[in-house]
Design a protein around this ligand. Sequence first.
Ligand code: FES
Ligand code: FES
Length: 129
Amino acid sequence: MADLNVNGKTHQVDVDPNTPLLWVLRDTIGLTGTKYGCGIAQCGACTVHVDGIAMRSCSVPLSAVAGRQITTIEGLAQNGALHKVQKAWLDHDVPQCGYCQCGMNITNICRCGTFQQVRAAIHAAAASA
Ligand code: FES
Ligand code: FES
């Protein structure tokens, strides 16, 4: 059993400690906003924050993050209010297929090539700080 703190809530998970965090989040806890893309820490679709640092959850074992603060895309909005980055993303029509967006709000590669919109949205979010 390991204690996993995700988006401010502690989950007790009975999973092999070598299991990548991505699969614990998706298959054990049911938070499917974090996506599988490449599985080799390159694309960023699986990115989450661990103690405020962006990490590729496909390549981080459960044993490395037990007891640390994990934030997924589901944890960005607070009390029903979108994070300013999420709001800027909507205002600038960044998402196309949407698959990369969970990681894109943290760090990522977008196969739809929305980088111009991403740039505009980042500037807007920074200006609203
Ligand atoms: S799935 Fe591509 S970096 Fe993790
Ligand atoms: S990969 Fe489709 S929106 Fe980024």
